[in-house]
Design a protein around this ligand. Sequence first.
Ligand SMILES: [Fe+2]
Length: 221
Amino acid sequence: MHDDSARSNQPLAQRRRLITGLATGVAGMAVPGWLAAAGLPSMTAGPFYPSPEYRARQLDWDADLTRVGTGPGRAAGEWLDLVGTVVDRQGRIIDRAEIEIWQCDVHGSYRHPRGAGARVDEAFQGFGSSVADAQGRYRFRTIKPAPYPGRTPHIHVRLRHPSFGEFTSQLFVDGEPANAGDFLFRQMSADEREAAMLRLARAPADAGVKWLAERPLVVPV
Ligand SMILES: [Fe+2]
């Protein structure tokens, strides 16, 4: 069991001047009722956040975690397209946020010098980064979060933007039986759970992707 994920109570920077967008949210649609109340829970990065020095030695940290560089291998596990929009608690679009995700492979190994278990899926990138577009939209291709000893399946996520600085959280899978026993999940409020929950739908049957999750990333600022 690792203690990756102790919650952080560090205050967020409140520099909001670069937040853009309309109070009515994406494409002029009304902001869902839950949006104003919910934001992602703040958490620490934990011990398996790969350092910039470590990342500099690797081939590839793009938004497709199901392959490493141009290698022939493809990640084991059930592929997941994770898409959505970065917004604040008022539903305002946050444009061009830098987003990082990291998670263990199907064997429970992280891409980190201390995160590898007995088996490692060399074709799984483990960490990916991307920049949301001017409309706040982001997209990753990864795998459905896999079990890790002592934790319910989860994806770590870190966002950066001049308006709020840096914010770190985790995403969970709706309906996952291990959620109820997870020490971090149990600390989260109902609103935080809602904001951090991935609801997996079957992806269109192409490109070998099994799941699609549309997840607004609500930064609690
Ligand atoms: Fe973790």
